[in-house]
Design a protein around this ligand. Structure first.
Ligand code: PEP
Length: 257
């Protein structure tokens, strides 16, 4: 039985006061320490605020990106160790906005995944096809390429999965269009089969989250699918009430309600 995780990607939004309010509201909702595991991905500037508010509890947080080098003359970049220093357990790698706007290739994603693991972070690797790839029927081809690119970093059988995957169809991110639960389930099962080709054991254990316009009204049906292990939530994670309802939906699925 895999855990269910709900993660909030704040993207480039919020100031310290917002981070304090949002983090406190989630804690006050009493969702943690009860499962699901809830993870916040604030901008770098808000990590210490989240850390101060959430410290000692079971809420987790992570960075939205990292650089693959440990330190040096890389103006504007941030290392895994720096993220760890602010209490991060996780880091997003290969979000479609980074792949598209910042031209992050599969090779770069792999370097970042390795750097994250080396620093003791758990990478949450985002994969997903664009609308054009979807319309051309190339979803599986794209996902195969993106998953195979990170397989060299995957842990070996007998261990816990050392990374998390987030399937985020690009056409569903921030658009209000969501993959139907059945559609998403089919893709998640396919992604899991790609992992199983390398390690059936890790494939059973690895969390594969769904992302793309997850909201309170669709979360429960998505999370109830057998291969969907929770959600990576963008826009809806910025509104405390909505995000808490999504976490409650995950909680209901865990309890079989
Ligand atoms: C995201 O950016 O990871 C995301 C899923 O965004 P949204 O929920 O707004 O579609």
């Amino acid at each position: 039985m895999r855990a269910i995780m709900v993660a909030g990607n704040w993207k480039m939004n919020g100031l310290n006061a917002d981070a304090e309010h949002l983090t406190q509201a989630i804690i006050d909702a009493g969702l943690v320490p009860a499962s699901p595991e809830v993870v916040l991905f604030p901008p770098f500037t808000l990590l210490t605020t989240v850390q101060q508010v959430a410290k000692g509890g079971s809420l987790r947080w992570g960075g939205q990106n990292l650089f693959w080098e440990a330190h040096g003359a890389y103006t504007g970049e941030i290392s895994g160790a720096m993220l760890r220093d602010t209490g991060c357990r996780y880091v997003l790698v290969g979000h479609s906005e980074r792949r598209q706007i910042f031209q992050e290739s599969d090779e770069i994603v792999l370097r970042k995944v390795k750097a994250a693991l080396h620093s003791g972070l758990v990478p949450m690797v985002c994969i997903g096809e664009t609308e054009q790839e979807y319309l051309e029927g190339r979803t599986q081809e794209v996902l195969r390429r993106q998953v195979e690119a990170i397989l060299p970093a995957l842990g070996s059988a007998g261990q816990q999965a050392n990374l998390i995957l987030a399937y985020e169809p690009v056409w569903a991110i921030g658009t209000g269009k969501t993959a139907s639960p059945a559609q998403a389930q089919e893709v998640h099962a396919f992604v899991r089969s790609l992992i199983a080709a390398k390690s059936p054991d890790i494939a059973r254990k690895i969390l594969i989250l769904y992302g793309g316009s997850v909201k309170a009204s669709n979360a429960k049906a998505l999370f109830a699918e057998p291969d969907i292990d929770g959600g990576l939530v963008g826009g809806a994670s910025l509104q405390a009430a909505e995000f808490i309802q999504i976490c409650q939906a995950a909680h209901a699925v865990i309890r079989g309600l």
